[in-house]
Design a protein around this ligand. Structure first.
Ligand SMILES: NC(=O)c1ccc[n+]([C@@H]2O[C@H](COP(=O)([O-])OP(=O)(O)OC[C@H]3O[C@@H](n4cnc5c(N)ncnc54)[C@H](O)[C@@H]3O)[C@@H](O)[C@H]2O)c1
Length: 402
């Protein structure tokens, strides 16, 4: 690929979240038509790949090929970049195949189903000299970037001290006769974990952006409610946790309590507050994807600031160059920013905002929570990264030959 040619992009896994990526790329194509072109869509379910190709054709005339197998696609197409939105257990396999074929990859979170899987992606990225970017969008939203500015640069809550992020609800289990259809997330070897891992890595990433590295965790993780699924007429039970309580200890000395359950009937509430020496940021949404624009900052001097009002101040504080970097072409939709970052990193030969190493550090905290519950001890994140603790992951690693 010469630097003036459009990047040849393919998408693998044309399911739920890939639709948000596709919308992002379509928006980018409208704004910078020469930056990239779609060359192929791949999904084991052919109609999904065809549907994506049809939508993408609204912004380009050149044909887009359809595949149901990644290997076939890589054999037939000269792709520069692949956006991978497949089940967790396949991430490392798909990413390594693509990089070996010479393509840069944007890989949906979590990077790998275990730390060994994530490390295999990082190793392949170095070996083949290709970018491995992690699709991690939550901290790229305007409210989240504003919260980072307010906390880390303006110091509106003072020195960060502690947080409580709790989300308590009741999701009644279905009866077996009414069980929902089986899905890959219900399979331990494809999903790897429940919400601690799945949406949890978003929360962990934002915590690392706002408050720095997490050093250790101590946690309880449980499944309090059995949930049936219907797999081709057979009932299989969900392996995933529905409840956890985790204490997160940061290198800075800060501590956080992160707890979730969907198995608590009778009283539900969500409470997400970050406390510092001079005030608190009170979030308005869930315990995974914030901070949201409705968040409030209450200060000890009695002043109350709304994150949505601070957004303008934040934007005005940015230079043109910073704006283009954080919100390219004025785009504030987080998935579109994430896709643009990937393409621009390829064009400029720079690292993406979140690479696979960073994504691995996020998932190491989620996995440490499982490891802590499995071993009954506090777990250091570095021990999880170094492979010294892999009680929870051992059978998943064995399954995938890692
Ligand atoms: N960033 C976010 O907010 C967010 C939200 C949801 C999901 N995700 C992530 O996106 C990824 C996909 O999740 P989803 O919810 O979109 O799942 P999904 O089941 O809706 O989509 C997965 C797609 O992959 C296809 N697929 C499966 N095996 C394949 C293979 N071998 N080759 C090609 N295609 C294959 C499936 O047919 C399906 O269309 C996961 O990593 C998940 O954690 C991220």
């Amino acid at each position: 690929m010469s630097s003036s040619e459009p990047i040849k992009l393919a998408m693998v896994g044309c399911g739920g979240i890939a639709r948000s990526h596709l919308k992002g790329y379509i928006e980018i194509k409208r704004r910078e038509p020469e930056l990239f072109k779609f060359v192929a869509m791949c999904d084991t379910v052919r109609e999904r790949a065809e549907g994506f190709a049809r939508e993408a054709s609204s912004v380009q005339d050149e044909p887009i090929s359809i595949y149901t197998e990644l290997e076939e696609m890589l054999k037939n197409e000269a792709v520069d970049a692949v956006d991978i939105c497949t089940p967790h257990g396949l991430h490392h396999i798909h990413a390594i195949q693509c990089m070996e074929a010479g393509a840069h990859v944007l890989l949906e979170k979590p990077v790998g189903i275990t730390i060994k899987a994530a490390k295999a992606v990082i190793e392949a990225s170095k070996r083949f000299g290709r970018i491995a970017a992690t699709a991690e969008q939550c901290f790229r939203s305007l409210p989240a970037r504003t919260a980072k500015w307010a906390i880390c640069e303006v110091g509106l809550i003072g020195e960060p001290r502690l947080f409580y992020a709790q989300q308590i609800s009741w999701s009644p289990p279905p009866q077996e006769w009414n069980a929902p259809k089986w899905h890959w997330r219900v399979d331990r070897y494809l999903g790897g974990g429940g919400l601690v891992f799945d949406s949890g890595v978003h929360f962990i990433h934002t915590m690392r952006v706002l408050f720095g590295e997490i050093e250790s965790v101590f946690a309880q993780v449980k499944q309090l409610q059995k949930r049936p699924h219907n797999k081709d007429g057979q009932i299989v039970y969900d392996f995933r946790e529905d409840t956890w309580m985790a204490i997160l200890n940061f290198s800075s000395g800060m501590n956080g309590f992160w707890s979730y359950t969907s198995a608590a009937p009778g009283h539900q509430f969500t409470h997400v507050v970050y406390y510092g020496s001079d005030g608190a940021l009170i979030d308005s949404g869930d315990a995974f994807h914030g901070p949201f624009s409705g968040a409030l900052i209450h200060r000890v001097d009695g002043r109350v600031r709304r994150l949505s009002e601070l957004q303008n101040e934040f934007l005005q504080s940015l230079s043109e160059e910073q704006r283009m970097c954080l919100f390219p072409h004025g785009i504030t939709e987080p998935f579109t920013i994430e896709c643009y970052d990937f393409l621009d990193a390829i064009r400029s030969g720079r690292q993406p905002e979140v690479d696979a190493e960073d994504g691995m550090r996020d998932e190491a905290v989620s996995i440490a929570i499982y490891e802590s519950a499995a071993t009954g001890s506090a777990v250091k994140i570095q021990d999880v990264i170094d492979g010294n603790v892999e009680c929870y992951q051992a059978d998943i690693n064995a399954h995938w030959g890692l």
